[in-house]
Write a protein that binds this ligand. Structure first.
Ligand code: ASP
Length: 292
């Protein structure tokens, strides 16, 4: 049984095959590959894009979607996560997509279920489909010629599962990473690091801006988001007319992470990422369900 818990679960060859398929799915036409199958989504942590993206993906492939409303679920009545999982599994879905605020939950659930588990984001640990869609967006933009391209990952890297998954995935495809963050958001990875985005802005081809993960901070580690914005907001003054693309997994803190002006700029790929996300999740669900 294959699961997607981290980006390490797929080889580079498998990822390139997924991208080939996702490229076809960008036509947004309905398919019947998963006709008669069902996909359950259970998001214990809030989500706007990811949950609806998975549901759109499953529906576009012809599957039925069962969306579990966690606020009404038995876990709010004291049922353990494992019993919830075992009960879901007893209904024989063909895949379960799960998000949880604790790292490791999708991995544990995989031991209690008989279908593929897809990690829709677990704590600070991983968000594999986000990293896959980020890489796909980069590949598509640069016509698959990405070896040696330089990316600055900017913001709350330490607390971001999106960053964690991208730090695993992007170097496998030859992308050169610089981490840009204030000291309290800088993780301990052996990569190039700076606290000043201006130091790298002339060298990079891609900027990945990240949201400050306030929900994961035990104590506020900065004076205010405005102070953060003064140093790290991606705005016109910073990027001028440079030939650069800007990614963000969303939700964007406007004028903190990225300015209004740059959000509306052609170089911002934020909505392209959302569109690509559906195609990538279609390819992932199809692979996991039909190969299991
Ligand atoms: N949507 C992404 C996540 O779930 C990024 C974020 O929330 O900042 O991790």
């Amino acid at each position: 049984m294959r699961h997607l818990i981290t980006t390490k679960d797929f080889s580079n060859e498998e990822i390139l095959a997924l991208f080939k398929e996702a490229k076809d799915f960008l036509d947004e036409k309905p398919r019947t590959y998963l006709k008669g199958k069902s996909v359950t989504t259970i998001f214990f942590e809030n989500s706007t894009r990811t949950q609806s993206s998975f549901e759109t993906a499953a529906t576009r492939l012809g599957a039925k979607v069962l969306k579990l409303d966690v606020s009404k679920s038995s876990s709010s009545k004291g049922e353990t996560l494992f019993d919830t999982a075992a009960n879901l599994d007893a209904m024989s879905p063909n895949a379960i997509v799960v998000r949880h605020k604790h790292s490791g939950v999708p991995h544990i659930l995989a031991n209690y279920t008989h279908c593929p588990i897809v990690n829709g984001g677990d704590g600070k640990h991983a968000h594999p489909t986000q990293a896959l869609l980020d890489l796909f967006t980069i590949m598509e933009h640069f016509n698959y010629d990405i070896k040696g391209k330089k990316i600055a990952i900017v913001g709350d890297i330490k607390n971001s599962r999106v960053a964690a998954s991208n730090l695993e995935l992007l170097p496998r495809f030859g992308i050169d990473i610089t981490l840009v963050a204030p000291p309290h958001f800088m993780p301990n990875y052996p990569l190039k690091k700076t606290n000043k985005i201006k130091e790298v802005i002339d060298e990079v081809d891609i900027i990945m801006s990240l949201r400050t993960q306030t929900e994961r901070h035990n104590v506020p580690t900065y004076a205010s988001l405005k102070d953060y914005a003064n140093d790290f907001c991606i705005n016109k003054e910073l990027i001028k007319d440079k030939n650069i693309i800007i990614l963000h997994p969303g939700p964007v803190h406007r004028n903190i992470d990225i300015s209004d002006e740059i959000m509306a700029d052609k170089r911002s790929k934020v909505l392209t990422q959302v569109k690509n996300g559906v195609a990538i999740r279609m390819a992932v669900l199809k692979k996991l369900i039909l190969e299991s």
